[in-house]
Write a protein that binds this ligand. Structure first.
Ligand SMILES: [Zn+2]
Length: 560
């Protein structure tokens, strides 16, 4: 399985048509393909948790990059320990299958499996990022340093360097996987290429004349950057395919799609204007509790001091301070999320990276003020109605397409961990991020710069990702409709000849296989062994490592 992070048929189809992606064209011609529905909201971490388990987020409990800590307003980064339900890798391992899994999100800490794994960028540099740990040395000996992600965002401000770094990362990963594919035994091999997602976030406006930030000069220089990354990946696909025998099935997928980002909505500012939230003037000094957000976003600091620094230090001054004191940035920006608000006067708030809304509920939140039952429902109804009326001042158009009550999109034992309301933006062209260091100053901003850089964030995720499959028994040249990311685990198990656990929400995508193939090889099911998911929740990251993860998420625009 090859994951092309954030890949979309909106780009692939026209580029296939003009002949720019010959390998993708051939795979689509000789196999079946179609859109792949992500989870709502289409965020990397919950989407991959759904891929890994074949379950909706209500069953695996991962809804965002961060999760709230029960009984507090604190949050912590989601890790693979936050995910419940057996992983695809464990299921394959339990049947004796050997796996190789490279760069899949929400997979760190790595489980012990029958096979080998290399973690995604949620593994801090300071920790083992491979299973077994000695695999890291082997990769280093054979390939050289493995690039988890391209991290130097100051260097990436030079967009030509950024472009080179993206291709360097693709080359590095390609060498690694070709080496592993040839030198290790495997029944199931999966790799994710992240460059497609990163380039779409940062280079979209250069190729899209309808984008509010489009500029013809920049388009001349960087308009082809996204296409060049797709072309590079296409070449890699050719190399991967040449290593496969006729008994091997190839699956391509993306965990979500991509499209232009039109604007940023600061929901907490909107809540303030609606009289539903109150920002605090000063926040209290406190000490950090291990595992709380304090250990992720730096230490608690007196807010007054923060605003003083932010107001009185020039950008230059701040960057030179940052160089002198590497931890400074997080200290200046990092403030406990919960200390931003006066909870006794806050009825609803937003937290997370897309548009997740929580009600300050009595009995659940420590200082909850909204009564469960009728008051909670009325408030949710009111917020939905008001959000649907919200207009973008730049265009006069409706900003919110739909607001889901959590029970409309999730089901399962972790439903209570989900946001109370989940926003889907019009044309999926907006983004909502929280500023942890200061209160939002206006509801709308048309620009989001990657943290402390001049890199503009002009593309964002879409609900439709891609799916393609080619191999024995697979129909040729068929476009299918209605596939979902939760269907991939059952479909992969089917291809491997293994039974599908009966608690998976996804289904085997039977429509892509010939009828006689399905008759000869019917789908089998097995009882789920819940007992086998016994990993214990514990703090995964040290303070420094949490800062490192925060930096990586900031560099992708997922938090600000
Ligand atoms: Zn992304």
């Amino acid at each position: 399985m090859v994951g092309l992070d954030g890949a979309t048929f909106d780009l692939i189809k026209p580029w296939v048509k003009e002949g720019s992606l010959p390998n993708l064209a051939r795979i689509m011609e000789q196999g079946s393909y179609g859109n792949l529905m992500s989870v709502i909201p289409p965020l990397t971490t919950p989407a991959w948790a759904s891929f890994i388990t074949g379950k909706n987020p209500g069953k695996h409990g991962v809804f965002d990059f961060a999760e709230r800590i029960d009984g507090s307003y604190d949050i912590r980064w989601v890790t693979s320990l936050s995910r419940r339900g057996r992983s695809l890798w464990k299921i394959i391992s339990s049947h004796g299958g050997e796996i190789g899994v490279i760069n899949i999100p929400n997979n760190y800490p790595l489980e012990d499996v029958n096979g080998f794994m290399v973690a995604w960028m949620d593994a801090p540099d300071s920790k083992n990022f491979t299973y077994p740990p000695k695999l890291a040395d082997q990769i280093k000996d054979e390939i050289g340093d493995y690039i988890i992600t391209i991290l130097d965002w100051k260097e990436n401000e030079d967009l030509s360097r950024f472009r080179e770094n993206l291709h360097r990362m693709i080359e590095n990963r390609t060498k690694t996987i070709l080496y592993l594919m040839e030198n290790k035994p495997w029944d199931f091999f999966a790799v994710l290429f992240s460059a497609t997602d990163i380039v779409q976030h940062c280079f979209w406006s250069f190729m899209d004349p309808s984008h509010p930030e489009y500029n013809p000069d920049e388009a001349m220089r960087f308009g082809n950057t996204i296409k060049e990354v797709y072309r590079h990946i296409d070449t890699v696909l050719g190399k991967i395919e040449s290593k496969l025998d006729e008994n091997t099935t190839l699956v391509l997928m993306s965990d979500h799609g991509a499209g232009p980002l039109r604007g940023v909505v600061h929901l907490n500012k909107w809540f303030e204007e609606e009289g539903l939230l109150k920002f605090k003037k000063e926040s209290p000094i406190g000490f950090n509790k291990k595992g709380s957000i304090a250990s992720f976003f730096g230490r608690r600091i007196i807010r007054g001091c923060l605003s003083f620094l932010k107001k009185h230090l020039s950008q230059d001054m701040r960057s030179s301070l940052k160089k002198a004191f590497p931890g400074m940035r997080d200290k200046v920006e990092g403030i406990l999320f919960s200390s931003l608000f006066d909870w006794t006067k806050t009825r609803a708030y937003s937290l997370g990276s897309y548009g997740n809304i929580y009600i300050n509920l009595k009995g659940r939140e420590p200082d909850g003020i909204v009564e469960p039952g009728a008051e909670y429902e009325e408030l949710r109804n009111k917020i939905i109605a008001r959000l649907l009326e919200l207009k973008d001042p730049a265009t006069g158009k409706q900003v919110v397409k739909k607001v889901y009550r959590r029970e409309e999109i999730y089901h399962g034992e972790f439903l209570s961990k989900a946001a109370d309301l989940v926003v889907v933006w019009s044309d999926e062209g907006y983004h909502s991020v929280q500023r942890f260091g200061s209160k939002e100053d206006s509801v709308f901003s048309n620009r989001l710069n990657l943290h402390l850089t001049n890199i503009r964030y002009t593309g964002h995720h879409r609900l439709n990702g891609i799916f393609a499959i080619k191999g024995r028994g697979v129909k040729q040249g068929i476009e299918i409709d209605g596939a979902s990311i939760i269907d991939l685990a059952p479909t992969i198990l089917y291809v491997l000849g293994l039974p599908v656990p009966n608690d998976m929400d996804g289904r085997v995508l039977k429509e892509v296989f010939d009828t006689e193939h399905i008759q000869r090889k019917p789908v089998r099911f097995e009882e789920t062994d819940d007992e086998s998911d016994k990993r214990l929740m514990h703090d995964v990251y040290t303070e420094t490592e949490s800062d490192e993860i925060a930096k990586r998420l900031k560099s992708l625009g997922y938090i600000e």
